[in-house]
Design a protein around this ligand. Structure first.
Ligand code: ATP
Ligand code: LTN
Length: 335
């Protein structure tokens, strides 16, 4: 067994993986890979809380795993797996359901947002999404969870559940996990290109709102040229009054690995148009090698399946002791 602390994170195979997902989470996964016992999951049980086309879901699942690897996740260091391959996630989710209050789930803003967006399909899974997410995390005695700012509330619920159950059963059933969320100025919340007051989302119907990891140079330039900026013409960082420009500066800063101040200085006396064009080139140059690796990795499905099988076996091994200990605490007769 490893002595490194455990880190867990996941992404739903919905929509087109985009730059916000990369900056808010995957980029940090890669950085933290050496210091933690990492598990990175493709959370398909979460994805079906909104309607998915089965063929698209299947293709996209392998695409996303290939993007993880292309971005720098090393399957020899980290456990990469598909959530549904490890049935312990669903099992623990049920046990947690019986300790999660309706009132707690009712307060979740993601549930409110998604119910408004999918009025015809407000299913029980969508409501219960955070209990499954808590199961993902608690199953592995996770200490760190690198995610974007939109997941903060779900992580607080996960922590509350861990504390509640440890107290109730008077033993340390679960580690209480810490979120790892970059500040907004460092990419914790990348905003939509057309509406910089809303979060960038990979399932957005309007693809002009996000830069997909698969977008080519021409598409990136077109999307950025169309990006909504703010009144005035001076380039400086003001999240409240100039959210559009602040978002572009944040993207520039994170991708070029320079502090925002240096980026603002670089654009002193220049126009919004300069910022957009330079940013497009920067992102296209950054994504190009990742896209090339993606194409290569994605072309070998046998290898992808082998990585996922090994990942699922490894994850199951790590999950079982925690699940059994909780079943024991609940008074289940163990087999
Ligand atoms: P969907 O639109 O399908 O709900 P999403 O784009 O919100 O998807 P998720 O699968 O929910 O993506 O999240 C994957 C990871 O990306 C999470 O860690 C999430 O916090 C992060 N993330 C999502 N959107 C952003 C964003 N705009 N800025 C920074 N991080 C983000
Ligand atoms: N809800 C997350 C995806 C997710 C997740 C997790 C993230 C599901 N389970 C466990 C971190 C840890 C989202 O990004 N929407």
């Amino acid at each position: 067994m490893t002595s490194k602390p455990t880190l867990f994170s996941g992404i739903q195979p919905s929509g087109d993986l985009m730059i916000g997902n990369y900056i808010g989470s995957i980029k940090n996964w890669v950085k933290m890979q050496d210091d933690y016992n990492c598990l990175f999951s493709l959370v398909n049980l979460h994805a079906i809380t909104v309607e998915q086309s089965p063929e698209a879901l299947k293709k996209r699942s392998l695409d996303f795993v290939a993007w993880y690897l292309a971005a720098g996740i090393d399957p020899d260091k980290s456990t990469v797996f598909i959530q549904s391959h490890v049935p312990e996630h669903s099992e623990l989710a049920w046990l947690l359901n019986c300790h999660t209050y309706m009132g707690e789930l009712n307060r979740m803003t993601q549930f409110k947002d998604k119910s408004a967006k999918h009025e015809q399909n407000i299913n029980v899974g969508l409501f219960d999404y955070p209990a499954l997410m808590a199961a993902d995390i608690l199953l592995y005695q996770t200490e760190k969870v690198p995610v974007g700012a939109d997941q903060k509330q779900h992580l607080e619920l996960t922590r509350d559940l861990a504390i509640r159950l440890n107290n109730k059963f008077e033993r340390e059933l679960f580690k209480v996990p810490e979120p790892f969320i970059p500040p907004t100025s460092a990419g914790g919340r990348i905003m939509s290109l057309q509406d910089p007051t809303a979060k960038m989302s990979k399932s957005d119907e309007n693809k002009d709102n996000f830069i997909a990891l698969a977008d080519d140079r021409k598409q990136i330039l077109k999307k950025l040229k169309k990006a909504v900026t703010d009144s005035g013409s001076e380039i400086y960082y003001d999240l409240e009054n100039k959210p559009g420009v602040a978002n572009l500066l944040t993207l520039y800063s994170v991708i070029s690995d320079q502090p925002i101040d240096a980026v603002v200085k670089h654009f002193e006396g220049k126009m919004y148009g300069h910022l957009k064009i330079e940013l497009a080139e920067l992102i296209a140059d950054y994504l190009e090698p990742i896209q090339n690796r993606f194409t290569e990795i994605r072309s070998n499905e046998t290898e992808l399946h082998a990585i996922l099988t090994k990942g699922a076996d490894h994850a199951r091994q790590q999950a079982q002791p925690t699940l059994r200990a909780f079943q024991e605490a609940l008074g289940f007769v163990l087999r």
